[in-house]
Design a protein. Structure first.
Length: 134
């Protein structure tokens, strides 16, 4: 049932998905395409930042640990461009509030890997609902 609800709030939104692991990137991007109007993918933080700068992105979903430019650095740059950007970080490590505060990051949410689909869909629904209310 949550999938119908997510589609109803995300079907007009664009999401940037940044993930360096190709298999994961392909699989998650396919799932995201079931809900979002536009899904743009990047393999690292530099690609993600370039895409964010060039496109109208409503939500960014990004891994933290990546080559070339990590997710934390990318997020700092995105927030410099648009301080109200909606960002969800994904990590296999415990990304606590202290670490976020240390980097002075105002992110919308975080997801612990391996991804639990129901929790992820709920977070996406909550964030997308907030976006369309703005």
């Amino acid at each position: 049932m949550l999938s119908k609800e997510l589609k109803s709030v995300a079907n007009t939104l664009s999401i940037l998905y940044v993930e360096d692991e190709e298999d994961t990137r392909v699989q998650i991007a396919e799932i995201l395409r079931m809900f979002f109007k536009n899904v743009v993918v990047a393999a690292n933080g530099i690609e993600g930042l370039n895409i964010f700068s060039a496109h109208s992105i409503d939500l960014t979903l990004s891994d933290v640990t990546m080559p070339v430019m990590d997710g934390i650095t990318m997020v700092k740059n995105i927030l410099d461009i648009r301080p109200d950007a909606k960002i969800i970080l994904m990590t296999a490590h415990n990304l606590g509030e202290a670490q976020l505060d240390k980097h002075n990051l105002n992110i919308t949410g975080n997801i612990h890997k391996p991804i639990e689909l129901s929790k992820t869909l709920q977070l996406l629904y909550d964030v997308c609902s907030d976006i369309i209310k703005e």
